[in-house]
Design a protein around this ligand. Structure first.
Ligand SMILES: CC(=O)N[C@H](C=O)[C@@H](O)[C@H](O)[C@H](O)CO
Ligand SMILES: CC(=O)C(=O)O
Length: 357
C-alpha cells in the first residue's frame, strides 16, 4: 500500500473549461502532488503529477483467502483480524489477502457485515500486507455495486467479482455486462473476475469472459481462476495483458498452473500451508521441478486425506484454528461446525507430513 509517481498531461480545451471527465477520473485515482500548465503550439495543457496507488503493481505470489472470524455466538469478531494478519505475515510469509470470498463465507453475510469486515481487514493490513483484495460479488447488481463503491472508499487494493449464480448467465456476454456494471461503481480500482464454476454452476469459459474485456472494463486486472480446466487457464494466460494477473485457485494442482504461466495463487490452504507453498514456488522459479513436485505431492496427500473425511469450509476453518491457534469461531449456517475429533486427526496428519515452518 505504497505509492508510485506518474505524470500526466491533459489538454485544456477552453480557458475556464470545467475539468473533463478523464481529468476528474485521474484526480480520483490518486493524490495530486503538483499542478501547472504549459503552452505548446498555441495550446494550453494542464500538467499534473499524481501518485497512483501501489495496487497498480501486478499482483503475484501467494494470496490467502481468509476465513471470517466469528464469536461463539456467530457474530463477526473484528478483534481477531489484527492477530490473523500478523499470523499470515510472520508465520506463513503470506503478504496478500483475499477477503470475503468463498472461504470467508461472504454469501452468508449481509452487505452491512461485509462492509464492516472489509474495512477492518483494510485498516489492520495497512503497512503489513502488500495488497488486500475485497470480494464484492453478490447475487444482485445493486449490492455488488454498493460493496464495490465501499471498497474504493476504504482503500482496498482491488476488488473481485464472482458470477451471480441464482440467475445463472449461460454465455459470456451477460456475465461481462454484469461485471462491467459492478466495475463502474469503482472505476479506478483494479478489478478481478472470480471464476469458480464448480461452486457457482456457471460454466462459461473464463477465457471467453476475458476476450475483449479490457475495452469494456479499463480497470480489469486479472482473473482468480478456481477451476480445473487447464486448457481454459492456458488460454487466459496467453490472452493476458502485461499488467494482468492470472491467479490460480485450486491449491492441490498449483504446480500445473505455474507450468502454464499463472502469475500467483489465491487459496484457502495458504492460510496454514503458505510457508511450504512459498518453497514450492521458489523451487519452481529455480527450475527445481523435483522439489516443487515433492511439496505439491505433500499438499495432495493432506487434501486427499481431508477430502475422504468430508472437507468443506467448516472443516477447513476448524483446521485453521487447530493449526494457528487463532480464535476464529464457528462457521455460519448452512455451513456446519466441524466435530472436534475429525479436525484433530486432519491436523495430526498435517504435522506428520510437514515440518514446522
Ligand atoms: C472451493 C474452494 O473453496 N476453493 C478454494 C479457492 O478457490 C481453494 O483454495 C480450495 O479450498 C483448496 O484448493 C482446497 O480444496
Ligand atoms: C479460496 C478462495 O479464493 C476464496 O475463498 O474465495
Amino acid at each position: 500500500m505504497g505509492y508510485l509517481k506518474v505524470h500526466l498531461v491533459t489538454q485544456k480545451v477552453k480557458q475556464h473549461a470545467p475539468p473533463t471527465l478523464s481529468y476528474v477520473a485521474f484526480c480520483e485515482l490518486g493524490k495530486i502532488t503538483s499542478t501547472g500548465s504549459s503552452q505548446t503550439h498555441g495550446q494550453t495543457f494542464v500538467v499534473m503529477s499524481l501518485m497512483a496507488p501501489a495496487a497498480e503493481r501486478k499482483l503475484t505470489g501467494l494470496v490467502a483467502a481468509t476465513f471470517t472470524p466469528l464469536t461463539t455466538q456467530g457474530e463477526i469478531n473484528l478483534k481477531e483480524i489484527g492477530r490473523y494478519i500478523d499470523y499470515l505475515t510472520e508465520k506463513q510469509g503470506v503478504n496478500n489477502i483475499f477477503v470475503n470470498g468463498t472461504t470467508g463465507e461472504s454469501m452468508s453475510f449481509s452487505v452491512a457485515e461485509r462492509k464492516i469486515l472489509a474495512e477492518e481487514w483494510c485498516q489492520k493490513a495497512k503497512g503489513k500486507m502488500d495488497q488486500v483484495i475485497v470480494h464484492v460479488g453478490c447475487m444482485n447488481l445493486k449490492d455488488s455495486q454498493e460493496l464495490a463503491g465501499h471498497a474504493a472508499q476504504i482503500g482496498a487494493d482491488g476488488i473481485a467479482v464472482i458470477a451471480p449464480s441464482f440467475f445463472k448467465p449461460s454465455t459470456a456476454e451477460p456475465l461481462k455486462m454484469f461485471l462491467h456494471e459492478v466495475a463502474l461503481a469503482a472505476p479506478t480500482l483494479p478489478f478481478y473476475y472470480y471464476h469458480i464454476p464448480a461452486v457457482t454452476g456457471v460454466n462459461v469459459l473464463a477465457s471467453d469472459v476475458l476476450e475483449g474485456i479490457e475495452e469494456l472494463i479499463p480497470s480489469f486486472s486479472g482473473v482468480k481462476f478456481s477451476g480445473v480446466d487447464l486448457m481454459d487457464l492456458g488460454q487466459c494466460v496467453s490472452y493476458s495483458q502485461p499488467r494482468w494477473s492470472v491467479l490460480y485457485g485450486v491449491d492441490e494442482q498449483l504446480l500445473a498452473a505455474l507450468a502454464l504461466g499463472a502469475h500467483g495463487a489465491v487459496g484457502s490452504t495458504y492460510n496454514y500451508m503458505g510457508c511450504h507453498v512459498n518453497e514450492l514456488i521458489s523451487a519452481f522459479d529455480k527450475g527445481d521441478i523435483v522439489q516443487a513436485r515433492r511439496i505439491q505431492f505433500k499438499m495432495q496427500e493432506l487434501l486427499s486425506y481431508a477430502q475422504k473425511r468430508g472437507f468443506d469450509v467448516g472443516v477447513n476453518k476448524q483446521l485453521m484454528i487447530e493449526l494457528s491457534g487463532l480464535n476464529l469461531g464457528p462457521p455460519r449456517l448452512p455451513v456446519m461446525p466441524c466435530p472436534h475429533e475429525q479436525c484433530l486427526c486432519i491436523a495430526q496428519k498435517y504435522h506428520s507430513i510437514f515440518p514446522e515452518c
